[in-house]
Design a protein around this ligand. Structure first.
Ligand code: SOE
Length: 383
């Protein structure tokens, strides 16, 4: 018997990732789907025997039987939908970025706390088992003091001027694209794994295509690569394709990261390297079930995901035995398993990213945009 009833708002690429994850959880039942494209919503609901379908999500918010909602719509809608959901007494899982401004995110953090509602922002990449292994190794002081954190988050799906997605339009996706969309994942992982906070940064952003050609018909995230030659509308672009950031972390750690959506051959590659005074770790989303461990005085190691080889606290993020790979969809399942478990347990300390983590990433993003604009270093508050 499913205990918690939930709804998915938005049926694009990530909405379907959320639905898939929810359907793999023992204690949750997806009972409603909302999307302005009612035909797509009806088709998805029929395919998964979901009883309620709506073009307007507000009707579902009025349903007392619905305990929680997932916000999987374009970024500019997150704030208003999350506020309405919290006001309606719903627990909320909202896709990143939580909002398009720090002020909006602050309001969401405050309202969720005031209402005593569980709140999650979907930095799911934390929950690859080998990422959790890095975190637990750091917590066990196996890395020593963290000196360097470096890496990249690189994709190629927006390489061509004919590649289009709603994220390119700042009115729908927000003033930042690459750094808000994927740079936020990298910094969330860097702070989560190291336990340190970025204290100041210097950012340089670049938009390679000042004009892009928008297809006349809506397209799915990543689906643009399948488009053939079509009629396009030329659009001026004011969101970045690329960002490079150097930063200070904690007392004396230093770091450097790039984020790109124009790197030919990189499909969806978050790569992070963490160098400590005792040893180092490196993880690559293109080989997610491996972890590289670096040593000064003995051979380096590459360990494969095998729960029996993981630290006890990391083991619960691997559902499958050694050699059975776990990937992107599994990370969302692990995150929502903990989100929904917390709904039934008011005293449980959340082991998933909350709205405060979404606010944190918007605070870092605001500093990146200011640094780029001023071509100077910008300090970041620790919280
Ligand atoms: C597109 O860059 C995207 O779908 C992001 O929006 C997701 O957050 C990331 O996990 C995969 O790529």
């Amino acid at each position: 018997m499913k205990q918690v009833k939930t709804a998915i708002f938005g049926t694009g690429f990530i909405g379907r990732v959320h639905l898939d994850a929810v359907r793999r959880l023992e204690s949750v039942e997806a009972v409603a789907i909302a999307d302005t494209n009612i035909k797509v919503a009806q088709s998805l609901a029929a395919g998964f025997a979901i009883p309620t379908v709506a073009a307007d999500y507000r009707g579902i918010l009025k349903d007392p039987a619905v305990d929680a909602v997932h916000i999987c719509t374009p970024n500019a809608q997150h704030f208003s939908m999350a506020m309405e959901a919290l006001e309606a007494g719903k627990h909320v899982a909202c896709e990143k970025p939580l909002a398009t401004t720090v002020e909006e995110a602050q309001a969401l953090v405050a309202l969720a706390a005031q209402k005593g509602l569980r709140n999650c922002v979907c930095h799911n990449l934390r929950y690859y088992p080998m990422v959790q292994q890095m975190r637990r190794m750091r917590e066990a002081a196996e890395l020593g003091e963290i000196l360097l954190v470096q890496g990249t988050y690189s994709q190629d799906w927006l390489l061509y001027d004919s590649d289009w997605n709603w994220r390119i339009d700042s009115k729908i996706g927000g003033v930042s694209r690459c750094m808000a969309d994927i740079g936020s994942h990298w910094f969330d992982m860097a702070e989560h794994v190291t336990g340190l906070r970025v204290s100041s940064l210097c950012a340089d952003l670049q938009t390679f295509h000042a004009i892009r050609r928008e297809p006349k018909h809506a397209i799915e995230t990543f689906a643009n690569k399948l488009l053939g030659p079509e009629d396009y509308i030329e659009r001026p672009v004011d969101t970045e394709d690329f960002g490079a950031v150097i930063f200070h972390m904690g007392q004396r750690a230093r770091g450097a990261v790039t984020a790109s959506q124009v790197s030919a051959g990189r499909k969806n590659r978050l790569s992070i390297e963490i160098y400590g005074t005792k040893s180092s770790v490196a993880w690559d989303q293109e080989r997610p079930n491996e972890l590289w461990i670096g040593h000064r005085e003995r051979g380096n190691e590459i360990i494969l995901k095998d729960p029996s080889l993981l630290k006890p606290e990391a083991r619960s993020y691997a559902d499958l035995p050694g050699g059975h790979t776990e990937g992107y969809g599994d990370t969302t399942k692990q995150m929502f398993r903990r989100f929904y478990a917390s709904i039934g347990a008011p005293g449980m300390v959340p082991e998933y990213p909350q709205f405060a983590d979404g606010l944190r990433q918007l605070t870092i993003l605001k500093a990146e945009l200011e640094s780029h604009r001023r071509r100077s270093w910008v300090d970041i508050p620790a919280l």
